[in-house]
Design a protein around this ligand. Structure first.
Ligand code: PEP
Length: 255
């Protein structure tokens, strides 16, 4: 049985003090998880040591990072490597977020290298894919997402794929308040799973958690997570408020 995951992407938000308080408030809400339900908190890099310390000895809630570099070390001013993240106690790394693709011009080829770095350092990858509005309007989103997977993760072995989570994030739904309908989400998640099955095997595809991201909140999480191929969510704005994030975690546990 594949895991359900709710992952928080804080993006470039919160001071150290605010981040500390947010984790305290989430833990105070006693999310009570088990091996089938995990939570990931991905703060900005500067928070990571603090977040890892706060989550030490807390079962099934792990620290993540929002990015890593494509090389292990060297003269890459301003970057943070996968070995550093592993050493700091990080479990998951988000790769290929649409904001990284758009604002930092991250290409499919670079994302493939980042994925390799993360996996080589025993980090679990949350690989983001998703289409912009013009692609959705042209109804070519399935091909767009299949191309993203093909370009950045299809070089992995079936063994490596076991450490990959996919996050489907339609760009038109990120931070816009406009959520994909549960039918749109399920259709795309089923398509992603079928694409993985075509490349690997049905068994391998059935083991990959596929998260939905894009204006997910407590009021729509239950309906989205009830879809058979939606295995949780990658949460931006609503992960910055403990009560909202706890509400989304509760929705995951219902399904
Ligand atoms: C995200 O950026 O990963 C995201 C899903 O953001 P939001 O929940 O704010 O739409």
């Amino acid at each position: 049985m594949r895991k359900k995951i709710v992952a928080a992407n804080w993006k470039m938000n919160l001071t150290l003090e605010e981040g500390k308080k947010l984790v305290e408030d989430i833990l105070a809400g006693n999310p009570a998880l088990d091996t089938h339900n995990e939570v990931v908190i991905a703060p900005p890099f500067i928070h990571i040591t603090q977040t890892v310390a706060q989550l030490n000895n807390i079962s099934h809630i792990h620290a993540g990072s929002q990015n890593c570099y494509s090389e292990a070390s060297g003269a890459y001013t301003g970057e943070v490597s996968a070995p550093m993240l592993k050493d700091a106690g990080v479990r998951y790394v988000i790769i290929g977020h649409s904001e990284r693709r758009e604002y930092f011009k991250e290409t499919d080829a670079l994302l493939a290298k980042k994925t390799d770095q993360a996996l080589a350092n025993s980090l679990q990858v949350i690989f983001c894919c998703g289409e912009p509005l013009n692609i959705r309007d042209a109804d070519t989103q399935n091909q767009h997402v299949a191309d993203q997977l093909q370009a950045s993760i299809f070089h992995l072995s079936a063994e490596q794929l076991k450490n990959v989570v996919i996050a489907y994030e339609p760009i038109w739904a990120i931070g816009t308040g406009r959520t994909a309908t549960s039918v749109q989400a399920q259709d795309m998640h089923a398509h992603i799973r079928q694409t993985l099955a075509g490349k690997y095997s049905q068994a391998a595809a059935d083991n990959v958690p596929i998260l939905y991201g894009g204006s997910c909140k407590p009021s729509n999480a239950a309906e989205l997570f009830a879809c058979p191929d939606v295995d949780g969510g990658l949460i931006g704005g609503a992960s910055l408020k403990a009560d909202e994030f706890l509400g989304i975690i509760a929705a995951m546990k219902q399904h």
